[in-house]
Design a protein around this ligand. Sequence first.
Ligand code: TYC
Length: 114
Amino acid sequence: MSPFVVTAADRKSPGQNGDSGVLTETRAKTQRPPLYKVLMLNDDYTPMEFVVHVLEHCFGMSHDTAVQVMLTVHQKGVAVVGVFTYEIAETKVTQVMDLARRNQHPLQCTMEKE
Ligand code: TYC
């Protein structure tokens, strides 16, 4: 018998019609993918303006947000700059590391499972 369809027979007390009386919900549960934090690490040499540019360009931050996040990394040593699915996080890390290398800055960016 399909779930949620209640017939006259179902309304009798459980057992009378061989039915348990329990309606089983068969709604499909949507699965959320695992998420990964992208972390930016401080160093002594990468110029502040370069980090701000990276945060604007790779993470879509406004200039003011990028400055705030850069200063957090500068002061605390590390900060989460975004949370993404595995493939997107990996792409962001690659983009940042490529930009840093091409500009000869030691900026480091990593990812870790949330
Ligand atoms: N500490 C760097 C400086 O004083 C700036 C900096 C900020 C570097 C954030 C990396 O992820 C970083 N020039």
